[in-house]
Structures are given as structure tokens and as C-alpha cells.
Design a protein around this ligand. Structure first.
Ligand code: FAD
Length: 355
């Protein structure tokens, strides 16, 4: 792996080594859990399509799961989201996610069919799987990429924040294949599925792992009620507060406005560090990435680590007492005012209008 900028690498690799030429196509791992596909998989299919078109190769989806309706539906959806090929492994040992059989299935498929690029969601499952697959295959993995591109040498340029989010670095896997990257939910835009798109080529893979060979057993699935309630990443409207709200009690103002608008609420990192709101409400580089239609940020200064988590929003409205606050550099609308006064006024106005 190299972290050298593309421009500085000119001439480093004129031609792909012989053994790389067998590696072709862009693959997206479709994250399927308890019959549901994680939406980040479709976001990656949209991004994968662009990479495949630039390389002039095919886009493939990889579906691993049990022999049930959830897996069948996921396979059907892959065509709508642009797959030319779907690699399928259906096996009872893949019912619940466990690292060992999933790693064996994915590495087995990679060794058999040799993709040049393999993308996974940077979810809890995706991060666990990507790490062990990359280690097993002895290849490079860029974690939490925020941008993917194909450079002039036709290699994957995966960009991610580094040095605490103050710099962006572009990582190239020069000497190994496949080139792997994970991408966080909501970083890439959600493509529109085309339900009329015909099915492509299905490739079936036999795993050959017996349940008795898998050390990890899933005894029970206990849903985390708190996490399930917070749908920040996929909310259409998000209202967030920062240190400008001054204390935990004032976050009632953020919650009230979010509730009236039918949205979710969130916060900046120091708010979590203060213990005013739980970690699943944090937005930004080390919290959630959001892409709402409307984002209202109250008393948030707009540090780069916050910005990277919100700049995909369609409309950003910032409320800040400081006219020089950095958030005004990227907000679409700026209100120089006291959030403690504006938030309740907005809640009241929207309640009257919408209620
Ligand atoms: P401040 O920077 O203190 O800003 C408060 C703002 O409120 C000011 O602009 C002030 O003018 C305004 N204000 C004050 N009173 C009022 C009022 N009454 N009405 C309206 N405005 C008012 N931060 C994140 O948010 N998310 C992350 O994921 C994240 N990850 C990080 C990762 C790393 C490795 C590091 C080093 C930092 C990270 N940070 C993150 C922290 C980030 O650098 C900032 O410190 C943080 O975003 C600042 O939070 P804030 O804007 O709430 O507070």
C-alpha cells in the first residue's frame, strides 16, 4: 500500500504485473442481516457502477445468506441496483453473521473469481468482515473511505480523512489485489433502483463449511432498543445542537423542533463528551454521517470533523451568534442569532403551521 498522492506516483507503475491481469470487475458485498439488506450496500452499488464504467468492466454484487426469502429478495434487488453479475452463496451456516464462515465464503469467492476492487459498508459487520478478508487475502484495505475514484493508472484511489480529520489522504493498493475499501453509510448517494432492469448472470458458490466447524454460536438475538430508535443516518430532517446550547437541559429545544418537523435530533462531539446526549446522537467524522434533505445546526461552530458528516445534506441552515463561525462557510442559509431564542420560536411557528 502507498499513501503517496497520485500526481507524485506518475510513472511508478506503467503496466499491471502479469498476475494482476486475471483480476477484473468491481464487487460490492451486499450486507444482509436477518432478511434485511443494509442500505449502504445499495449506496455502494451506485458508486461501484461509476468505478466499473470508468474501468470498462462489470459490476458484481456478492450475496451471502441462508436459503430463505430474505436472500432471494436481496438477489432480485441487486439487478435493480445495477449488478451485471451476482455471486451467490446460500448456506444455513450463513444464517446469522459470524466472522469465520463469512470470511471463508468471501475469500473463497475472491480466490475463485478474482475481482480487482471489493467494496464493503463500514458498518459493524462490514468492518469486522473487511478486516479479516483483507488479512486472509494479504491485500490492502482502506477503511472509512469518503471518496472513491479511478486514477490515470486505472487503480483505485480511496480517499479518507487522516490526522484527526485535518488532512485527506488518498490510498492506493499498488502491489496486491483486490483493492479493498469500506465506506460509511450515507457518505455516497443512494441510487434509484430500476425495477425493470433484467436479471444478469448468477454465479453460485458452494461453501463447504459444516456448522460443527464454526466455533462461534449465536444463541439469541437481542435487539438494542436505543440504537434502533435512532435513525439519524437515514433521517430526512435532522436538527442538531452544539456547545452553544450551554447545558444538557437546553437540548429539549433541539428535540422539540425535531419532533415538530418529524425528524431526528443529533449533536456535535463535545456534547457527547459532556454526557449531555448519548454517543449514537453524535454527527461527524467519529459519529454518524447524515444526508438529510434539511439539516438545522444550532450553536455548532462547523469544525472540519463535524462538516465531513453533514456536507451531503441538501439544505443546511446554521444558527450561530458568531457571524465569523466556520459553519457559515458551508451552510446554505445562515442565521446570526441566539439559538436559545430562535429554536423555540421555530418550533412554535412550525407547530402552528403543520399542526
Ligand atoms: P464549539 O466549537 O465550542 O462551538 C460552539 C458554537 O456555538 C460557537 O460557534 C459559538 O459561536 C456558538 N454559540 C455560542 N452560544 C450560542 C448561542 N446562544 N446561540 C447560537 N450559537 C451559539 N466534532 C463533531 O461534531 N463530530 C465528530 O465526529 C468529531 N470528531 C472528531 C474527531 C477528532 C479526531 C477530533 C480531534 C475532533 C473531533 N470533533 C468532532 C471535534 C471538533 O473538532 C470540534 O471540537 C467540535 O465539532 C466543536 O463542537 P461545537 O461546534 O459544538 O462546539
Amino acid at each position: 500500500m502507498s499513501e503517496t498522492p497520485a500526481a507524485g506516483r506518475a510513472g511508478m507503475r506503467k503496466e499491471l504485473p502479469e498476475h494482476f491481469r486475471d483480476y477484473r470487475n468491481v464487487w460490492v458485498f451486499i450486507e444482509l442481516e436477518r432478511g434485511q439488506v443494509h442500505p449502504v450496500s445499495w449506496e455502494l452499488m451506485g458508486e461501484g457502477r461509476k468505478l466499473a464504467d470508468r474501468l470498462g468492466v462489470q459490476l458484481a454484487a456478492v450475496v451471502l445468506g441462508p436459503k430463505d426469502e430474505g436472500t432471494r429478495t436481496a438477489i432480485r434487488q441487486t439487478w435493480a441496483y445495477g449488478a451485471d453479475i451476482c455471486y451467490i452463496c446460500k448456506d444455513a451456516v450463513l444464517t446469522d453473521y459470524r466472522n469465520e464462515p463469512y470470511t471463508q465464503a468471501l475469500t473463497g469467492l475472491v480466490n475463485a473469481y478474482k475481482p480487482e476492487i471489493l467494496l464493503l459498508g463500514a458498518t459493524t459487520l462490514g468492518r469486522d468482515l473487511a478486516g479479516s478478508v483483507a488479512t486472509t487475502l494479504k491485500t490492502g484495505l482502506t477503511a472509512d473511505a469518503t471518496e472513491l475514484a479511478i486514477d490515470d493508472e486505472m487503480s483505485l484511489a480511496a480517499t479518507r480523512p487522516t490526522f484527526g480529520g485535518t488532512l485527506l489522504c488518498t490510498i492506493h493498493t499498488l502491489n496486491f489485489r483486490p483493492q479493498m475499501a469500506t465506506v460509511r453509510p450515507r457518505v455516497m448517494a443512494m441510487p434509484h433502483p430500476d425495477m425493470t432492469r433484467p436479471a444478469g448472470r448468477s454465479v453460485w458458490y458452494t461453501l463447504g463449511v459444516a456448522e460443527a466447524d464454526v466455533i462461534t454460536k449465536v444463541l439469541e438475538f437481542v435487539a438494542d432498543a436505543t440504537t434502533n430508535e435512532v435513525n439519524l443516518a437515514y433521517a430526512d430532517i435532522v436538527v442538531a445542537g452544539g456547545m452553544g446550547l450551554q447545558n444538557a437541559a437546553n437540548f429539549r429545544l433541539v428535540r422539540d423542533l425535531a419532533a415538530v418537523l418529524g425528524g431526528e435530533y443529533g449533536c456535535s462531539r463535545p456534547v457527547v463528551q459532556k454526557g449531555w446526549l448519548p454517543a449514537e446522537r453524535q454527527i461527524g467524522q467519529t459519529g454518524k454521517t447524515i444526508r438529510p434533505r434539511l439539516y438545522i445546526a444550532a450553536g455548532i461552530s462547523g469544525a472540519i470533523q463535524h462538516r465531513v458528516g453533514v456536507e451531503g445534506a441538501d439544505l443546511i441552515i446554521a444558527i450561530n451568534t458568531d457571524p465569523q463561525a466556520r459553519i457559515f462557510d458551508f451552510a446554505h442559509l445562515g442565521v446570526v442569532a441566539d439559538a436559545l431564542q430562535i429554536l423555540p420560536a421555530l418550533t412554535e411557528a412550525f407547530a402552528r403551521r403543520l399542526g
